[in-house]
Write a protein that binds this ligand. Sequence first.
Ligand code: B1M
Length: 211
Amino acid sequence: MADMEALAQAIINGKAPDAKKITEEAIAEGMNPGDILNNGLVAGMNVVGSKFKNNEFYVPEVLIAARAMKMAMEVLRPKLASSGVEAKGKVAIGTVAGDLHDIGKNLVAMMLEGAGFEIIDLGVDVKPQAFVEAVKDGANVIALSALLTTTMPAMKDTIETLKSEGVRDQASVMIGGAPVTQNYADEISADGYAPDAASAVDKAKELLKIA
Ligand code: B1M
């Protein structure tokens, strides 16, 4: 039987070919796709998340682990869809209007996907209306990233647009990025703030009341 502990280790160590191979073996053996996701991939990403929080891992290690996760997910995603495994929530993530920084946003997206969330990645320089459309398409978390003090007001604009378009109460809004603070989140009535990618996963779970 394919070894889920070995799969988790392959993610932690960023061994993309191993992660893909073990995932393929597990699928071929008829293992439940949800078990492969939770006991192998997510288990590995959870360790990566806590190592990142504890400064045992830095951005390069997380990116390498996330790449391994991504390769394994490419194999697993169609099986998950056909086996009806429910995503934990649907997160629409983007870097706000006027801002082109995406390294941190991509890390947050990959960690969230690793934790079992469905991700709609809207990219960079995302106008408020695109987030409104994402909520109409079923996103229940809006995740906004900004790296410039000059683009932080676009987070406020996005929240105001969600309100004026009548969809603010259909999704929780979380924000983050180097210049962003909990105080700013409070000031613009965001539902949550996370300082880094691992904490973003905890915050999304907290907002959706997932244990
Ligand atoms: Co720019 N840049 N940049 N830049 N850039 C900064 C942000 C800056 C601090 C550099 C500096 O002056 N010291 C400065 C901002 C100053 C300020 O506003 N206070 C700056 C500037 C000024 C600019 C330009 C205006 C420069 C110019 O053209 N004159 C320009 C703006 C372009 C634009 O966006 N319109 C610009 C351009 C660029 C590049 C294109 C060259 C490139 C971006 C490439 C890319 O992203 N694809 C770039 C880069 C790389 C940086 C630095 C060097 C690194 C940013 C980064 O990727 N960090 C940055 C200086 C620095 O931070 N040391 C700088 C690594 C990343 C993993 O961290 O993004 O913070 P971070 O994400 C973290 C957390 O913040 C958090 O989790 C992540 C992982 O832990 N997080 C979230 C992020 N989003 C989150 C969302 C969440 C929760 C957590 O919930 C939704």
